[in-house]
Design a binder for this molecule. Structure first.
Ligand code: 13P
Length: 343
């Protein structure tokens, strides 16, 4: 378990966080459509290779979460993409869940699948170089939901996943995402996130998961995306830190937030506020990032699938990584949004 703890701590080393580049085929297709690009295997490879080869990104990014296709893919020059990362000291990780599906008997709620054959898949991913993994559960806030049934089955699956990951010597990133979709208040998000995390840590304890050898990937506590009066960053920081203090054991080395559909700037401002507030009240865990859209929206737009835009896209990615890293230390300022970076 010592190795797991070392890897977990290295993933959340000061100034560092994680790039989530593990979009499933369906999700990356949607992202590419928004920049007018077909989702072919080569396009997906070229795009991810461009991110992974960005010079200087390793200063801010400790690890990258890959998708099944990507962990087996080779760069244009034949180098495995895993090696491209390893050569820069960036740790490869792997998404192992098979997505959220309709939960039987629970209208509007989801449960994540992917446990069958998972031990064997872990053995394969370990050989391919994965040192950490991720499983995402999805919790929806709505009229009368989430049900406790939904929280329990999702937390149980997270526990089964995390135990198998640790058995394989791979650090699990346990991701229970309470979605920001809806008109709910920040207080309601706080209540639902608190209930969710309580159930998750109960299941992790029952299933003998080492808390020192894992990371938690939660949502920030936010107002619903469609709420009329959305809480500002200082309230997000207050409710988020309060929620974790009530639910996340101190043995967990780090919390790596998802961006979850916030704009990249909003995700950065909120992460900064959370770290500043945590420094004043004290918090036992590193509070870092594992952003997908929060790091990729800008480079995707800059790239638009064109070779001549590669340098601009790499600059956009490096810039987001730099400012998100600053926010993760509580040292971000809006003025940084205008600073140029060189790749
Ligand atoms: P977002 O930061 O875009 O929410 O993605 C993070 C992630 O890995 C979701 O599973």
């Amino acid at each position: 378990m010592e190795d797991l703890n070392e890897i977990a701590r290295a993933l959340v080393a000061p100034g560092k966080g994680i790039l989530a580049a593990d979009e499933s085929s369906g999700t990356i297709k949607k992202r590419f459509e928004s920049i007018g690009l077909a989702s072919t295997e080569t396009n997906r490879r070229d795009y991810r290779e461009m991110l992974f080869r960005t010079k200087g990104a390793a200063q801010y990014v400790s690890g990258v979460i890959l998708y099944d296709e990507t962990i087996k893919q080779k760069a244009a020059d034949g180098t495995p993409l895993v090696k491209v990362l390893q050569d820069q000291g960036v740790m490869p990780g792997i998404k192992v869940d098979m997505g959220a599906k309709l939960l039987a008997g629970a209208a509007g709620e989801l449960v994540t699948e992917g446990l069958d054959g998972l031990r064997e898949r872990f053995a394969e991913y370990k050989k391919l170089g994965a040192v950490f993994s991720k499983w995402r559960a999805v919790i929806t806030i709505g009229q009368g939901i989430p049900s406790f049934y939904c929280l329990e089955v999702n937390a149980h699956a997270l526990g089964r996943y995390a135990a198998l990951s640790q058995e394989a010597g791979i650090v699990p990133i346990v991701e229970p995402e309470v979605l920001m979709d809806g008109t709910h208040s920040i207080e309601r998000c706080y209540e639902v996130t608190r209930l969710t995390l309580r159930e998750v840590f109960r299941q992790l304890a029952i299933q003998r998961v080492s808390l020192e050898g894992m990371l938690l990937k939660p949502n920030m506590v936010l107002s619903g995306k469609e709420a009329t009066d959305r809480a500002p960053a200082d309230e997000v920081a207050f409710w988020t830190v309060r929620c974790f203090k009530e639910t996340v054991p101190a043995a967990v080395p780090g919390v790596v937030f998802l961006s979850g559909g916030q704009s990249d700037e909003e995700a950065t401002v909120n992460l900064d506020a959370i770290n500043r507030y945590a420094a004043t009240v004290g918090a036992p865990w590193q509070l870092s990032f594992s952003y997908g859209r929060g790091l990729q929206a800008a480079p995707q737009k800059a790239w638009s699938g064109k070779q001549e835009n590669v340098a601009a896209a790499q600059r956009a990615y490096l810039h987001r990584a730099k400012v998100t890293s600053a926010a993760r230390m509580g040292k971000y300022s809006r003025a940084m949004e205008k600073e140029a970076v060189a790749v």
